[in-house]
Write a protein that binds this ligand. Structure first.
Ligand code: 6PG
Length: 252
């Protein structure tokens, strides 16, 4: 496993700034190194402030937006104009405000009739466009993830088939606990990334964060986020103090 980096900020707002700053640094460094950068973003409520920080000065001026390719790590089975749609969230808080070429933004097609076929198409798009890393798998330069209080990440929920997928990079699945279909990256794709960044805030997630950061494999096994372990890449946690409150030893 690659290096682990943990940042704890006093408040959700300062944590969002820190997370946005890390994202901007990773993009600028990768473009300087390879000329292009491939990232995958997530949805939910927590990242909105991160995306707003990225879209605002001074960070907005530091990011080479023309060289950026944006994908999505998971999506809900709703249309793109639906309030729960992750692509809509990213568009409203980031893409409407920065010059990423539209042809380099790839929403996940999670609201179509044949979800399994759509997931395969999205996987093929990633295999075609995202350069491979050390192994043969496409290696994103950054995959941004959140986490639910029960430890789900992307749409890798406890007790769902996606947790044991070893071949496919993107699958669609029905998630009983929310009664909805979701499309999601799988662990093989996530763990092939150069950088994976969790941005997590709020005391309701402190128990899951403490488990994920612990050395107790039995305790971790219940939390899908604990299986995010980039083979060679860097694993970054940006937390607010409430989310980090139960972690032992207390992260710096
Ligand atoms: C999604 C996300 C999901 C999210 C968690 C946390 O589509 O919902 O990708 O994995 O990160 O559910 O969501 P909150 O930020 O709303 O707590």
């Amino acid at each position: 496993m690659g290096p682990v980096e943990i940042h704890v900020e006093a408040a959700p707002e300062t944590a969002a700034h820190r997370a946005a700053g890390r994202v901007a640094e990773i993009i600028a460094a990768r473009v300087a190194e390879a000329g292009q950068c491939y990232i995958a973003l997530c949805g939910g409520t927590t990242p909105a402030e991160l995306y707003r920080c990225l879209a605002a000065p001074p960070l907005a001026e530091s990011v080479p937006w023309q060289k950026l390719h944006i994908f999505f790590g998971d999506e809900r089975d709703v249309p793109q104009d639906h309030v729960e749609n992750n692509y809509r969230l990213v568009t409203k808080t980031l893409l409407d405000h920065v010059p990423v070429p539209l042809g380099q933004v790839h929403p996940m097609p999670a609201d179509c009739r044949d979800l399994a076929a759509a997931a395969e198409q999205y996987e093929n798009l990633i295999r075609r466009l995202v350069p491979a890393g050390g192994g043969e798998l496409p290696a994103f330069d950054l995959i941004h993830l959140g986490m639910g209080r029960e430890g789900h990440t992307a749409s890798l929920f406890p007790d769902t088939p996606a947790l044991t997928e070893r071949e496919r990079l993107v699958i669609a699945q029905f998630v009983p606990v929310i009664g909805r279909n979701r499309m999601t990256f799988t662990y093989p794709l996530i763990n092939a990334a150069r950088n994976v960044m969790f941005f997590i805030t709020g005391g309701d997630k402190a128990c899951a964060v403490a488990a994920v950061l612990s050395d107790d494999d039995e305790r971790k096994a219940r939390y899908p986020a604990a299986r995010v372990r980039p083979a060679e890449g860097r694993l970054i946690f940006v937390l607010d103090s409430a989310a980090a409150a139960e972690a032992r030893p207390r992260p710096a």
